[in-house]
Design a protein around this ligand. Structure first.
Ligand SMILES: Nc1ncnc2c1ncn2[C@@H]1O[C@H](COP(=O)(O)OP(=O)(O)OP(=O)(O)O)[C@@H](O)[C@H]1O
Length: 629
């Protein structure tokens, strides 16, 4: 039989080709992904037909091959899949493939920004025209009595079908690469693209050959000999671990796979194997990495696959924001890829997947916590950031994480939220029944404050990670009758307001004198002197910034819309311990200059403890101290 037909493809838009070519230029490498996936699909379809008994012929070893002919300027993709009849070409290529392309152009016309749709839109077979002047299909269907068919098209709306030359079942797509796309006529370039998109495809992909050493008997001395042989170079692993059952995998398998994905990374802390088939299909393995300082470098490491074809490493909406630092692979055929990214966010499957992942991560952490508390505590330094971020940003995650989130104190002891409440509630409840958690965000700078708090048997939490400012707010919102105060926000005995406040031993007149002496000694603005009655053991002078004021200023600095507070001058409280020996000494001193010096010295010591004494003031303090000794 001879097939001879010229025809015209019926689509609305006459000039799809130039539009697609122009706007997909930056991402045109996906043509190879699309054509190789089609070839893989064809091979899997024939396997399925055979399994169903609908095909009884020879299956052969499933194989897809990519051949580059740089001289002829062609790239061919061959498969031994199910092939197509001439009728099927008309149906699947002329109608299906081209309708996909015209749909793209329609969408493109409506899109405000070309980038919105580029890259996610699977153009399928039509993407071949992004890099070719002419595309040829040679195919032979598996069906009884099928004739080989050939289809040729130059990307315009006219095509030609005639008798083909394939003698074995399957399809060969040959691209005659256009002048602008000659970069793809380089072996290493194609290899790179195949590696990127096809590393884990389920059917072996051959690309060229490689030389390996094989045993070749023994030499005269009886030593084993080897010879060089050329073998097919297969670029992929067909059964990556996420397609297997966790029961069949060892820790080593997971670690090996991690190394394969991220060759230069340290081992991960632990991992989660994802596997769900209802209400959506999703498999994958997510790894918790050791957190490094440069958080940005670690983002966008999760790879999204669809049926083992790599799609993207931008998984922003599929994976909740707080888990963007995780590594690994997610594979789901149920994530719509033929549409713009903005549509992707709104997709109900994407939302479901997002909450599924959140839940799985929470379950895994709970399991680790329950099984091995000590091991979990050791990992907290790395996972704490994720957990706190999650608690701050997602209500649902907070509800789960409140049972396994840990608080660390300055003595490096760790507590769950419940344990910590029980630990401090007796000694750290104020007169209004509020439990006050005291924290430090910089233990070395705030050491004197921490020591004063510890003297009162107050516990001090460590809150020095980048997320802690937000975490503190979340805890205050969620924990009942609990507030948090930074250890240097007031003198120790006033951090938690109790009834039993010490009185200052000073008379009203004496207080007034001391206040004046200090006000004179302090030359900078924004320091308000106050005489308080503290334990004689506590420091004579303490400089603090009010908790509320400091938080508002911190927020203003981070651009949290509190700019009013940001523009306010810094305001500090200078608490003079009326019960301290030094204050008595100041009162006894009659020489005004000596009095002023003592006050200045005590004030500078307080500033020094806060890390606020710098530059010329520090130099002056040092020489005054030398003089006093
Ligand atoms: N190598 C092949 N062997 C057999 N049939 C093929 C081959 N390549 C394409 N086809 C047929 O042509 C159809 C259209 O292919 P095309 O890639 O445009 O769309 P698709 O694969 O259905 O969807 P997608 O847009 O996701 O790629 C396929 O569904 C398939 O029936």
């Amino acid at each position: 039989m001879s097939i001879e037909e010229k025809g015209s493809i019926s689509i609305h838009t006459e000039n799809i080709f130039p539009i697609i070519k122009k706007f997909l230029y930056s991402d045109n490498e996906i043509f190879l992904r699309e054509l190789v996936s089609n070839a893989v699909d064809a091979v899997q379809k024939i396997k399925r037909l055979a399994a169903l008994g609908q095909y009884n012929g020879e299956l052969g070893e499933p194989l897809v091959e990519v051949i580059l002919d740089a001289e002829k300027k062609t790239i061919s993709i061959l498969d031994n899949g199910l092939g197509m009849t001439a009728e099927e070409i008309k149906k699947y290529i002329n109608q299906v493939a081209f309708s996909g392309a015209s749909e793209f152009v329609e969408k493109f016309k409506d899109a405000k920004d070309a980038n919105e749709i580029i890259g996610k839109f699977g153009l399928g077979f039509y993407s071949a025209f992004m890099v070719s002047d002419l595309v040829e299909i040679q195919t032979l269907s598996y069906q009884d009595g099928a004739e080989p068919a050939k289809w040729v098209c130059d990307g315009s709306t006219s095509y030609e079908i005639s008798e083909g030359n394939r003698t074995t079942r399957g399809t060969t797509i040959t691209l005659h690469v256009n002048a602008e796309s000659e970069e793809f006529l380089v072996q290493s370039k194609l290899e790179e693209i195949l590696d990127k998109y096809g590393k884990f495809l389920p059917v072996p992909i051959k690309f060229g050959t490689k030389t390996v050493q094989e045993p070749d008997g023994e030499d005269e001395e009886g030593k084993p000999k080897t010879k060089s042989v050329e073998v097919d170079k297969i670029i992929n692993t067909t059964n990556p671990i996420w397609t297997k059952s966790p029961a069949d995998l060892s820790d080593e398998d997971y670690l090996d796979f991690y190394k394969q994905l991220y060759p230069f990374s340290e081992d991960p802390l632990f991992w989660i194997h994802l596997n769900v088939d209802y209400p959506f299909n999703l498999t994958g393995v997510l790894y918790f990495p050791k957190v490094k300082n440069d958080l940005d470098l670690q983002r966008n490491k999760i790879k999204l696959y669809s049926r083992q074809v790599f799609i993207t490493d931008e998984v922003k909406d599929i994976v909740p924001e707080f888990l963007m630092l995780l590594h690994g692979v997610i594979d789901s055929p149920d994530i719509p890829l033929n549409v713009s990214r903005s549509f992707l966010q709104a997709d109900s499957n994407v939302k479901k997947i997002n909450s599924y992942i959140t839940k799985k991560v929470a379950d895994k952490l709970q399991e680790l916590f329950n099984k091995d508390r000590k091991g979990y505590e050791e990992k907290w330094g790395d996972i704490g950031l994720f957990v706190k971020y999650g608690m701050v940003s997602e209500e649902k995650f907070y509800d789960k994480a409140k049972d396994f989130a840990l608080l660390t104190n300055t003595k490096n002891e760790q507590f769950t939220l419940g344990e910590y409440h029980d630990k401090v509630k007796d000694n750290q409840t104020d007169k209004n029944g509020q439990v006050v958690y005291i924290y430090s965000n910089d233990p070395s700078k705030q050491d004197s404050f921490i020591q004063s708090a510890n003297k009162k048997d107050y516990d001090v939490l460590l809150m020095n990670s980048p997320i802690d400012n937000h975490f503190i707010n979340t805890l205050e919102q969620k924990l009942e009758k609990t507030s948090l105060k930074r250890v240097d926000s007031s003198v120790a005995s006033k951090l938690i307001e109790k009834d039993e406040l010490l009185e200052s031993v000073l008379s009203e007149d004496q207080s007034k004198t001391v206040k004046e002496v200090f006000e004179k000694a302090i030359t900078k603005p924004g320091f308000n002197v106050e005489i308080v009655g503290l334990n004689p053991e506590e420091l004579p002078v303490t400089v603090t910034m009010d908790e509320f004021m400091r938080r508002m200023k911190d927020m203003a600095q981070m651009g949290g819309g509190m700019s009013f507070y940001g523009s306010m001058p810094d305001n500090y409280k200078v608490a003079i311990n009326g019960n301290h020996k030094l204050i008595a000494k100041i009162l006894e001193t009659t020489d005004a200059e000596a009095q002023g010096k003592l006050a200045k010295q005590a004030m500078d010591l307080a500033l020094l403890a806060q890390g606020m004494l710098t530059g010329a003031e520090l130099t002056e303090f040092v020489s005054r101290s030398v003089e006093l000794i």
